[in-house]
Design a protein around this ligand. Structure first.
Ligand code: NI
Length: 258
């Protein structure tokens, strides 16, 4: 069965039908979904969802666009819940110079702080990078000692050369709807050349809806379309790619199989 390793079920746009969406996971061949936090509030909602629904897991973290919200109080809260059975990762954390809502120095400091948090709590990291590839790689290379529990570059949009550097750090790559877009080169130029045991399926719901539903609200069930495209790219069957990516997800997010 499929695993969506990156969704934002806490998003307001699901508030009227979230129960229905989650109830349909099994029918849609979805085994597990990781709700990824981007601030304190969304991280807390994620934890609540894990208590309510068997198939939902949580990642806790502060997105670079919210870097100034990463206070000692937030860190203390994260530390207090990191050992919970269904808190599987720290993220999404990273650098985002595109939205540039926060100063670069602050984003970098908060990114490093959360890499330290993940290492201390023995959790992998979910990394978001936008328009900040060079600085992010420098931070990751300089803090390799904090990556003992590995991590994923979520919604990977970098080059193959860059990916090779990231592979040296032992990290994974997450792919979403954009690999299904007709004008996307990522699938052919990058995904195809990556080791198949390093790729993860994700949706980033409610964003990045795959073809042919582009323009509509994304949902975890559409992770099937991402898997289908991956199968095409690697020349394997859909059931094989599901088996492989499911195993990859469980290798990275250890608590998914506990
Ligand atoms: Ni996201």
């Amino acid at each position: 069965m499929l695993i969506d390793t990156h969704a934002h079920l806490s998003d307001d746009r699901y508030k009227d039908n979230l129960e229905e969406i989650i109830a349909e996971f099994k029918t849609n061949n979805l085994e597990k979904v990781i709700n990824v936090g981007y601030d304190l509030f969304s991280s807390k909602i994620g934890i609540e969802l894990t208590q309510k629904y068997d198939s939902v897991y949580a990642s806790i973290g502060v997105h670079p666009s919210n870097a100034s919200e990463y206070t000692l109080e937030v860190e203390t809260f994260f530390k207090s819940v990191a050992n919970s059975k269904k808190v599987v990762a720290v993220g999404e954390i990273g650098l985002d110079y595109y939205r540039s809502t926060e100063e670069k120095y602050l984003q970098k400091a908060v990114f490093i702080k959360q890499l330290e948090l993940a290492n201390e709590c023995n959790l992998p990291v979910i990394i978001h990078i936008r328009d900040a590839y060079a600085d992010a790689l420098t931070i990751l290379q300089e803090h390799k000692h904090l990556l003992n529990n590995s991590g994923v570059l979520h919604c990977y949009g970098g080059s193959l050369e860059y990916a090779k550097e990231v592979l040296k750090l032992g990290l994974y790559f997450g792919f979403d709807g954009p690999i299904t877009f007709k004008n996307s080169n990522t699938a052919e130029k990058v995904l195809k050349h990556l080791p198949i045991d390093r790729i993860l399926t994700e949706t980033d719901s409610p964003y990045l809806t795959p073809h042919p539903y582009r323009g509509k609200l994304n949902e975890p069930k559409y992770v099937a379309l991402v898997a289908k495209k991956m199968a095409e790219v690697f020349g394997v069957s859909v059931s094989e790619i599901i088996e492989i990516t499911n195993k990859n997800a469980k290798n990275l997010f250890k608590k998914l199989s506990e």
